[in-house]
Write a protein that binds this ligand. Structure first.
Ligand code: PLP
Length: 427
C-alpha cells in the first residue's frame, strides 16, 4: 500500500507538533510504523491522503455510531453555521439538548454541557467533592477518565499504552486523594471504605471499561457499587463518555438497570464535534455555579454547532432502530472473527457488548487490567499491521475498544472477516 503522502506529512508534522500528533494514541507508537493522514470519511470507511480506503473500526474513537459524515448531521451543522458559529449567550439548542439527555437517561435530571469528556469527568469529580464535602475518590486501574490531574493515576488509553499510566507533571499532592483499586474486585472496595470512613466523596467508574481493550462487569458488581456507595454517603459516578448513547440510548446504566448519582458524557453526544456533558440528580447538580458553590464554566460550552450535531445524532438514535441493527452487525463480526481465529488455530479471547468489541490474543478470560496485560501484544502488533494492509483499520493499540457503526453493512463485515482469515494465518 503506497502511503508516500502520509509519510511526507508526518515528517513535516514532527517538526511542528510534539510527536506529530494532537493526541498520543494516534501516533502508532504502540504498534510501530507511522500514522496515515485522512482527508475524507464516509459511512464505514476513511480514505487517506494517498487515496487508500480503510474500513474503520475506530469511528473517531466512538462518536461515529451512525457512520462518518452522516448527511443529516452535516446538514444540521451547515444550517446552524449560517446563523453564527458561537454566541456566548444562551441559545435554544442548549435547552433542546438538555431535554433530550434528561429524557434518554433517567438518572439525569439536570445536565451541564462542556467541551470534552475530560472536562465532564473533571467537573463531576469536583462536584462530588463539593456536594459531599469529602476529598477522596475511588477509581479503578485501567479506567480512563480523561487527563485531569487527579484522574491520571493508573489510567487507561494512551496513558497505559505508552507506559505512563501515572503522568509526569502531576504533583503527588494532587493525587493523594485518589484511591486506585482493581476492577471487578468487591473486597477491595469494601476495604477502602472501611479504611477511609466518611472520607470518600465518590466512586468514578467506566461501567463497561473500554480503555484497556474491553471487559465487562461481573454479574452483581455494579449493583454492589451502587449499594456500598449509598451505605457510606458517597456518590456513584458513571463515566459514560464511551458507553453513553452507545450501549443503549440510556447508556450502560439503562442496560444494567443501575441509577448512578452523576454521569459523564462525551463522544457520541457531540455527533463528531467537541462536546462533553455531565448530569445527575437536581439536588447535586444545583451545587454548581451560579446556583451553588462549585465553580465550572466554559466559553464555548453549549456551542450551537456542537448542539445541532449532538441533537441530530441523538434524535436519529432514538428513532432509527439503530441499536437493533448494531446488535446484528456485531453478532456477524463476532462470529466471523472467532471463526477466523479458530481456523488459524490462534488463541483469541473476544470480549464484546452491543457495538463495542476487543480481541485479545490469549486463551484465558479477560476481566480486568491484569488479564488484559497478560495477552500477547507482539501478536497484536502483527495483526494490526496485517489488517491495515488489507484495508481494515483497528485502533493502533491493544488497549482500545473497537466500534461498529450502523454503516458497517453485512458486506463490509464480510470483507473484514475475509481479511482476518488471511491475516490470522500469517500470525
Ligand atoms: C474518551 C474518554 C474520556 C475523555 O474524553 P475526551 O473527550 O477525550 O477528553 C473520558 N472517559 C472515557 C470513558 C473515555 O472513553
Amino acid at each position: 500500500m503506497n502511503r508516500a503522502k502520509s509519510e511526507q506529512l508526518f515528517a513535516e508534522a514532527l517538526n511542528y507538533i510534539p510527536g506529530g500528533v494532537n493526541s498520543p494514541v494516534r501516533a502508532f507508537r504502540a504498534v510501530g510504523g507511522q500514522p496515515f493522514f485522512v482527508n475524507k470519511a464516509k459511512g464505514a470507511s476513511v480514505w487517506d491522503v494517498d487515496g487508500n480506503e480503510y474500513i474503520d473500526y475506530v469511528g473517531t474513537w466512538g462518536p461515529a455510531i451512525l457512520g462518518h459524515a452522516n448527511p443529516k448531521i452535516v446538514k444540521a451543522i451547515q444550517e446552524t453555521a449560517e446563523q453564527g458559529t458561537s454566541f456566548g449567550i444562551p441559545n435554544p439548542l442548549e435547552v433542546k439538548m438538555a431535554k433530550l439527555v434528561c429524557e434518554a437517561v433517567p438518572s439525569v435530571q439536570k445536565v451541564r454541557m462542556c467541551n470534552s469528556g475530560t472536562e465532564a469527568c473533571m467537573s463531576a469529580i469536583r462536584l462530588a467533592r463539593g456536594f459531599t464535602k469529602r476529598d477522596k475518590i475511588i477509581k479503578f486501574d485501567g479506567c480512563y477518565h480523561g487527563h485531569a490531574d487527579s484522574l491520571l493515576v493508573k489510567a487507561g488509553s494512551g496513558a497505559l499504552t505508552f507506559g505512563h499510566p501515572d503522568s509526569a507533571g502531576v504533583p503527588a499532592a494532587f493525587t493523594q486523594h485518589t484511591i486506585v483499586l482493581a476492577y471487578n474486585d468487591e473486597d477491595a472496595v469494601k476495604a477502602a471504605f472501611a479504611a477511609n470512613k466518611n472520607e470518600i466523596a465518590g466512586i468514578i467508574i467506566e461501567p463497561v471499561p473500554g480503555n484497556a481493550g474491553l471487559y465487562l462487569p461481573k454479574p452483581g458488581y455494579l449493583e454492589f457499587l451502587r449499594t456500598i456507595t449509598q451505605e457510606h454517603g458517597a456518590l456513584l459516578i458513571f463515566d459514560e463518555v464511551m458507553t453513553g448513547f452507545r450501549l443503549s440510548l440510556g447508556g450502560a446504566q439503562k442496560l444494567f438497570g443501575i441509577t448512578p448519582d452523576l454521569s459523564c458524557f462525551g463522544k457520541i453526544i457531540g455527533g463528531g464535534l467537541p462536546v462533553g456533558a455531565f448530569g445527575g440528580r437536581s439536588e447535586i447538580m444545583d451545587y454548581l455555579a451560579p446556583l451553588g458553590p462549585v465553580y465550572q464554566a466554559g466559553t464555548l460550552s453549549g456551542n450551537p454547532l456542537a448542539m445541532a450535531a449532538g441533537i441530530t445524532i441523538l434524535e436519529e438514535l432514538q428513532t432509527s432502530g439503530a441499536y437493533c441493527k448494531l446488535e446484528e452487525i456485531a453478532e456477524q463480526l463476532k462470529a466471523g472473527m472467532k471463526e477466523a481465529a479458530r481456523a488459524a488455530n490462534i488463541p483469541v479471547w473476544f470480549n464484546s457488548i452491543g457495538s463495542m468489541f476487543c480481541a485479545y490474543f490469549t486463551s484465558t478470560p479477560v476481566h480486568n487490567l491484569a488479564d488484559a496485560m497478560s495477552s500477547d501484544r507482539e501478536r497484536f502488533k502483527k495483526y494490526f499491521h496485517g489488517m491495515l494492509n488489507e484495508g481494515v483499520y483497528f485502533a493502533p493499540s491493544q488497549f482500545e475498544a473497537g466500534f461498529i457503526s450502523v454503516a458497517h453493512y453485512p458486506e463490509v463485515i464480510e470483507r473484514t472477516v475475509r481479511a482476518a482469515h488471511k491475516v490470522m494465518k500469517q500470525l
